[in-house]
Design a protein. Structure first.
Length: 469
C-alpha cells in the first residue's frame, strides 16, 4: 500500500487537493504506542477507543499515523483547529514569539501580543457588539469560560437560577456539567450546582412536542415563555439562559433563526441575561464569523474557546461593558495569559478574514450536506442530515422502528460500525447525539471541494460495508 503526501511548507492549504490513497483497508490493530497508552493512561481516555490510531505527523486536513497510513481528518481537535494542522503561517508566528523572547504566559499582565489579540478579536466581532464589548481572559479550557460566565451572570443579576437546554453541552467542570444535558456524564456525580433547569431545544427530528419543524420551535418558545411568566411554575427568575446556537455534542443541531430571535426577545423583556456558548460553533465554523449573526441578534455574554486560540489553549468571554461588575481579582486563573495562544489566535482570525474561510465553510458545508443527502436516498438507515457551515451531523436509525414517543429508533451499533469502516478507509469522523448514533463532521475551515468529495465517497463506501455486517 502506497500513500503519497506532499507536506512541503509552501503547500497552499485552502486549495490543497491532497486526499488519502487507500488501496486496501487500513490496519487498525494496536501498535506498541497504542498499547503503551493503554497500559499507562487512565481509563477515562475516550477518543483512542473509537479512533485507535497514534499520530506521527500532520498538515492541513491530513493526518499520518505511526504505521504510515494517511487519513483525512473531520474531527480537527473537536473543532479546535480551524486552519487544520501545522499551518505554515501559524508556525511562523509561534517561532517568532519564541525567538523574540516573549514569555509563555503572563497571568493578566499585558504584552504587545495580548494587545494585538484583543484588537483582532474586536475586529472579528460584529461592529455593534464590539463597540461596547469587554473581554475577559479565563483559563485554558472552554469550561473555564463557562464557569466565569455563570459567576458573572449571578453577580450582575443577584439571582442564582440558571436555565440550559435539553441536549446542551457546556463542559465537565462543576457548574458547566450542571448545565450539560447528557445524563451519562452526571450519572456518578453528586453535589452539582443547584438551581439549574432545562428547557426543550428545537430538535425537529425528535421534537419534544411531537410537531417538528417551525411548529415545534414555536411550541418550544411558548413553553419557555409560559414557564417564565407563571408565578406557579416552581422556577425562580433566572440569572441567565445559556444556549449553543448550534448544539455540538448533541449531534450538530442548529437552532432555527426565528427561535433564536424569540429567545432574545423573551430574555430582554424578562431582564434575563442571554449567554451564547459558541465554543464549538463559533469563529467561522457556522458559515458566519459567529453562529448568532445568522439571526441578526446579539448575546449579553459570548463564550469562546477551541478555535479562538488557533489551536492553542485559550478561552475568553465577551460581554457588554455594563455587565462588568467584577472587583479586581474576583475571578482569576494562572494560565489566562497564554502568549502563544494569543499570537496564534490573532493570526488565525486574520487568516479567516483574509481568505474568506467562513464563506468556504458555508460552501463546503452545503456541498457536504448535498452529498450526504444523496447517500440518504440509498440508505434508509440515515434518518436525517443536518447542520450549518462545517458543523454537520448524520443521524443513524433502525428503519421502521420507533421508540415509545414515536421517534425513530436510534442505531448506535451501526453508527459505530460506520465510524470504524470510515477509519479503515482513511476518514476520521466522530460520533455524538442521542445514544451516540449521530455521525459528526467538524473538518478544518480550509477543507477543499476535492477533499469534501473524498468525505462523501468514503461515507458511501463505509455505509455500504457497515450495513452488510
Amino acid at each position: 500500500m502506497q500513500n503519497v503526501l506532499n507536506l512541503a511548507p509552501e503547500t497552499s492549504l485552502l486549495n490543497d487537493q491532497e486526499i488519502p490513497l487507500v488501496t486496501n483497508l487500513y490496519d487498525l490493530t494496536p501498535d506498541n504506542i497504542l498499547l503503551s497508552q493503554e497500559h499507562y493512561e487512565s481509563e477515562v481516555r475516550s477518543y483512542p477507543r473509537r479512533l485507535p490510531i497514534a499520530i506521527r505527523t500532520t498538515r492541513g486536513v491530513i493526518v499520518e499515523d505511526t504505521k504510515g497510513q494517511i487519513f483525512l481528518d473531520c474531527l480537527a481537535g473537536a473543532g479546535a483547529l480551524p486552519l487544520g494542522y501545522n499551518h505554515s503561517e501559524i508556525n511562523q508566528v509561534l517561532i517568532k514569539q519564541l525567538n523574540d523572547g516573549v514569555p509563555y504566559q503572563t497571568l493578566d499582565i499585558t504584552t504587545p501580543s495580548k494587545d494585538a489579540f484583543i484588537k483582532a478579536v474586536m475586529n472579528f466581532l460584529p461592529d455593534n457588539f464590539a463597540k461596547n464589548a469587554r473581554i475577559q481572559f479565563c483559563g485554558p479550557s472552554g469550561a473555564d469560560a463557562v464557569e466565569a460566565a455563570i459567576k458573572l451572570a449571578k453577580l450582575y443579576t443577584k439571582r442564582n437560577t440558571m436555565v440550559a437546554f435539553h441536549g446542551a453541552y457546556h463542559g465537565m467542570t462543576n457548574g458547566a456539567l450542571s448545565l450539560t444535558g447528557n445524563l451519562g456524564a452526571k450519572s456518578r456525580r453528586t453535589g452539582l450546582m443547584p438551581d439549574v433547569h432545562f428547557f426543550p431545544f428545537p430538535y425537529s427530528y425528535r421534537c419534544t412536542f411531537g410537531l417538528g419543524g417551525i411548529e415545534g420551535a414555536k411550541q418550544s418558545i411558548r413553553y419557555i415563555e409560559s414557564v417564565l411568566c407563571d408565578d406557579e411554575s416552581g422556577i425562580t427568575k433566572p440569572a441567565a439562559i445559556i444556549v449553543e446556537p448550534i448544539q455540538g455534542e448533541s449531534g450538530a443541531i442548529p437552532a432555527p433563526l426565528e427561535w433564536l430571535q424569540e429567545l432574545r426577545r423573551i430574555t430582554t423583556e424578562q431582564g434575563i441575561l442571554l449567554i451564547f456558548d459558541e465554543i464549538q460553533c463559533g469563529v467561522g465554523r457556522s458559515g458566519d464569523h459567529f453562529a448568532f449573526e445568522y439571526a441578526g441578534i446579539e448575546p449579553d455574554i459570548l463564550i469562546l474557546s477551541k478555535a479562538i486560540g488557533g489551536g492553542m489553549p485559550m478561552s475568553i468571554i465577551l460581554y457588554n461593558k455594563e455587565l462588568d461588575c467584577w472587583n479586581p481579582g474576583e475571578h482569576t486563573g494562572t494560565f489566562r495569559g497564554n502568549q502563544l495562544a494569543m499570537a496564534s489566535g490573532a493570526k488565525t482570525l486574520e487568516i479567516i478574514q483574509r481568505d474568506n474561510l467562513a464563506d468556504n465553510a458555508k460552501q463546503r458545508g452545503e456541498q457536504l450536506r448535498a452529498g450526504l443527502t444523496n447517500i440518504q436516498q440509498q440508505f434508509p438507515q440515515i434518518g436525517e442530515v443536518r447542520g450549518r457551515g462545517l458543523m454537520n451531523g448524520v443521524e443513524i436509525i433502525k428503519p421502521g422502528q420507533f421508540n415509545a414517543l414515536g421517534h425513530p429508533e436510534a442505531d448506535p451499533e451501526l453508527a459505530t460500525n460506520i465510524q470504524r469502516a470510515a477509519l479503515e478507509l482513511g476518514l476520521i469522523i466522530e460520533k455524538g447525539g442521542r445514544r451516540g448514533a449521530v455521525l459528526r463532521f467538524l473538518p478544518p475551515l480550509i477543507i477543499s471541494e476535492t477533499q469534501i468529495n473524498f468525505v462523501i465517497d468514503t461515507i458511501e463506501k463505509a455505509m455500504t460495508h457497515a450495513v452488510k455486517l
